[in-house]
Design a protein around this ligand. Sequence first.
Ligand code: NAP
Length: 354
Amino acid sequence: MDRTVVLITGCSSGIGLHLATRLASDPSRSFKVYATFRDLSTQGPLWEAAESRGCPPGSLETLQLDVQDADSVAAARARVTEGCVDVLGEPPQNACQSLPCPVSKPRCPEAQGASGVPQGQRAVREARGDRPLLAVCNAGRGLLGPLEVHSADAVGSVLDVNLVGTVRVLQAFLPDMKRRHSGRILVTGSMGGLMGIPFNDVYCASKFAIEGLCESLAIQLLPFGVHVSLIECGPVRTAFQEKFQMGRGVVLDNVDAQTRNLFSQYLRHSKQVFREQGQDPEEVAEVFLTAMRDPRPALRYFSSEGILPLVRLRLSDPSGCSYVAAMHRIGFSDKPAHGPDGAGTEAGAGTGGP
Ligand SMILES: NC(=O)c1ccc[n+]([C@@H]2O[C@H](COP(=O)([O-])OP(=O)(O)OC[C@H]3O[C@@H](n4cnc5c(N)ncnc54)[C@H](OP(=O)(O)O)[C@@H]3O)[C@@H](O)[C@H]2O)c1
């Protein structure tokens, strides 16, 4: 059986790491996963997880891919879609040493030929490029704080990673998928792409843009048999908040007192929402799997039912007034996000973002 080849961006931690190891260890043995990293020195936790999950040899390979660098995206695409033979002309004896494969030899299942398929044969089969291909655009960055404290560089960097980075990956993979009339794109979406969240303005702008990008593409790709799906996540317990572009240590000295006060209220609320409602990335990985196996792929899948009431509330009043008022009540309340009279119960979810 040909395995589905899956490339995932942003696998150093969180959703990407969990998804990569979940797919590679799937009992069906039907996935070949290329887990990619902005910085390959951060791949240790992935291999630890792969070991503890018992990912079989040949199921997982790591590659460098910085979504901000078009050359690195192109190199990863070449490695994944063309296979060893297309690059070197002959099935290499030591693929991972001669190709830009960053995995040290003992850890690279391809180099070990441990899958039971002779390495040359496997390389030839992979080079045909006729296997189902799936790209998961997951890499992302947050930016938290009052808008006026963000530098233009910080804003540009978040938009570059979250939006332009996704475009770079899609531009690299779509032509091949269209030519083959097969392929799937999955993108890690966010409730921050479906509704505004206070103090996450730039992050939300990037994720709203992703919604427009994916929805537009989904329409025009229909005749090509290529499907685009967003996995819409509410709060997920990952390293995301630790890696915020400016972190929580934003300098608020020049910000007015009322905004500072609102910001600290929001931070308290957000912390509580993550504590009480934050999902485990493993649950999110299962939603990805459901989407991947769906014979009639939808544009949107929701990682949790919890965000749906807010989504519906927002759509029910196109003027936006109901949503803005509700979100203000929820986001700046010190009451529990869920509780007998807790803010958030009216809409069913807290707004901790991102
Ligand atoms: N956690 C949540 O509550 C939540 C909710 C909704 C949506 N999301 C979305 O889920 C996705 C994954 O986030 P996460 O929660 O799993 O957080 P995470 O653990 O911080 O993972 C983010 C990943 O993106 C990578 N990344 C950042 N810049 C990159 C670049 N230029 N090129 C390639 N990779 C890059 C990071 O790599 P480095 O470690 O090298 O920086 C990291 O591997 C993001 O798109 C995020 O917007 C998260």
